[in-house]
Ligand binder design. Structure first.
Ligand code: GCO
Ligand code: MN
Length: 344
């Protein structure tokens, strides 16, 4: 399949997806239902699904895999869209990374983060994501919350200073990805507002390097509206990346195909991104479900991409003058009807 592109989009028109999207179908209640595809073998599968920008964690593609990965990316006409240190997989990070109570763990987190900065640059990704993973707590008073935020400020300041010193203008940009819970009962950086607050507390010299990677399902899990979350990032000039998927209400993290559960809201999201002339990558953070067979493992990507293209095209046709008129006259129910007419 050739690359899927998003018509009339500003900046990057190809789609992004993570190698982890094509996992073996593990969940907390049962082992894999599919054969585990070695990480680098997932790269051709992403290409076959029409993806342009690859995303990976350091535990999936490490410093030793850089040369092999570069070769594969070239061979399949792909680019690295995003790279991210895993602050959650290794047992050592069981109680967090930058916010662990153990200073040795915090040091290791910083070391991994700095190494990830180098790999991000080597692989040519412009964005490195920090997902809050196991930063947070399950038991009250297990951590001192004030210390935790100070530790994150210190940690991110150190990452920013390293990137600036080593790469100057070529330093990657860092996008923090909020999530309210799972795997922790309570996660630090649980929502966009918290991330923006943290950024406001960083050293002014590194602040411009830090932004947000909002994920539609994570906002949903927090019971929040993801269109507003994205608007907030845009107004702050901090939408550095985006993870698209869908989610049934506030239950466990589902990583369902984009455009599935709330197509009307996804249409509105496309309108907002179009009006903002957002230039970054539209990336999926979805998960091939446990029930999908090996041969159908990329259905999650092709379904998400088809939905995104359809919704984007419909959003282009939404008459902005009509929207403005509905706003002026306060006819919000009629606006809802108009949007539905654009969709269905
Ligand atoms: C989740 C997160 C992760 C992150 C990924 C990249 O499982 O809740 O969405 O998939 O996006 O670790 O940082
Ligand atoms: Mn994500």
């Amino acid at each position: 399949m050739s690359k899927i592109t998003i018509p009339s989009k500003a900046g990057k028109t190809g789609i992004g997806a993570g190698v982890w999207n094509l996992g073996p179908g593990r969940d907390p209640f049962g082992g894999p239902t599919r054969k585990e595809i070695p990480i680098l073998k997932r790269i051709p599968l992403l290409a076959q699904s029409g993806i342009t920008y690859v995303e990976a964690h350091d535990v999936e593609i490490g410093p030793r895999d850089v040369a092999k990965t570069q070769k594969l990316l070239k061979q399949y006409g792909l680019k690295m869209g995003m790279y991210t240190p895993s602050f959650f997989a290794a047992p050592v990070f069981k109680d967090g990374a930058m916010t662990s109570n153990d200073s040795k763990v915090r040091k290791l987190a910083l070391k991994n983060a700095l190494q990830a900065v180098d790999v991000t640059v080597e692989l040519g990704a412009e964005v490195m994501v920090f997902w809050n993973g196991r930063e947070g707590f399950d038991f009250m008073l297990a951590k001192n919350g004030q210390d935790s935020i100070r530790r994150m400020i210190e940690g991110f300041n150190a990452v920013g200073a390293y990137a600036l010193e080593k790469y100057g203008k070529k330093a990657p940009r860092f996008a923090m990805e909020p999530k309210p819970n799972e795997p922790r009962a309570n996660m630090y950086l649980s929502n966009v507002g918290e991330v923006l607050y943290l950024i406001s507390r960083l050293d002014p010299a590194v602040q411009p390097l830090f932004g947000v990677n909002p994920e539609t399902a994570h906002s949903r899990m927090a019971g929040l509206d993801y269109v507003w979350d994205v608007e907030l990032c845009l107004e702050a000039g901090k939408l550095f990346h985006i993870h698209l998927n869908s989610q049934d209400t506030t239950r466990y993290d589902q990583d369902l195909p984009f455009g599935y559960t709330e197509p009307l809201k996804d249409l509105a999201l496309c309108v907002v991104l179009q009006d903002a002339k957002w230039e970054g990558i539209l990336a999926f953070d979805v998960k091939a479900p446990r029930t999908d067979a090996q041969k159908d493992i990329t259905d999650i990507l092709t379904t998400s991409a088809a939905n995104l293209r359809r919704l984007w095209a419909k959003a282009l046709k939404v008459d902005r003058k009509k929207v403005a008129a509905f706003r002026t006259s306060g006819r919000y129910t009629a606006l809802a009807g108009y949007l539905a007419e654009c969709l269905y």
